[in-house]
Design a protein around this ligand. Structure first.
Ligand code: TYD
Length: 196
């Protein structure tokens, strides 16, 4: 898998702080854009409907929905690839590592990897490592309920994340693991060291 220069991804459990960090990075870095997966497009909205159980489907179909959303996100005319190639720095909250971590709860790990194996790797992957307990506490105050919120599921998601990060060691992509129990400012400062 090829590395896409200028492409930076944030990953972590629900409540780990990826969205907060992505938005802050976008404010700090010149010529940057912030985006996220699932996207706000039609396919991304469909993924969110499945997550909220408004449109139940099969786990494998959901894995394909996320991959379709991602394909459009990357390869559309105004998509990530063209933006990065034009010199913009694209900061993305979640990417295919989320698919591997979450969809592998119900779909074979290698099959999820295979569905996502045509996508470029980011220049840097920041993994915000926040303990499950802390994440769950933060989520519980959000008053939203999605299908992956439970504690034992989040622990499995974390295991899957560690497994996929391990597989991508030494493949050219820089993987930066950050202690998510630090303050928002400390985490941001750590990330900025790699970006400026
Ligand atoms: P999240 O970043 O929590 O969005 P929001 O803050 O708007 O609710 O993402 C929603 C959920 O989507 C999250 O639980 C992880 C899940 N997800 C997958 O299961 N697979 C994927 O490929 C992606 C991108 C996200």
């Amino acid at each position: 898998m090829e590395i896409l220069k200028n492409f930076f991804v944030l990953e972590g459990l629900d409540g780990s702080g990826t969205t907060t960090q992505g938005k802050l990075l976008n404010e700090k870095i010149t010529h940057s854009v912030f985006t996220h997966e699932p996207t706000n497009g039609k396919i991304g909205q469909l993924a969110r409907q499945v997550l909220k159980n408004e449109y139940p489907t099969t786990p494998l179909a959901l894995a394909h929905i996320f991959a379709a959303d991602r394909s459009e996100h990357l390869f559309a005319k105004d998509g990530i690839v063209n933006q990065c190639q034009s010199g913009l720095k694209v900061i993305c909250d979640r990417y295919f590592f989320s698919s591997v971590a979450y969809q592998s709860l119900e779909v074979d790990f290698d099959l999820v990897c295979q569905i996502n194996n045509q996508f470029p790797l980011p220049q840097i992957l920041f993994f915000i490592d926040t303990p499950v307990e802390v994440c769950l506490q933060r989520i519980s105050s959000r008053n939203e309920s999605e299908i992956f919120d439970k504690k034992n599921l989040q622990e499995k998601v974390l295991t899957n994340y560690l497994k996929i990060l391990d597989r991508f060691q030494n493949q050219g992509m820089q993987i930066i693991k950050i202690d998510g129990t630090q303050t928002v400012e400390q985490i941001l400062a750590e990330e900025l060291q790699y970006l400026i």
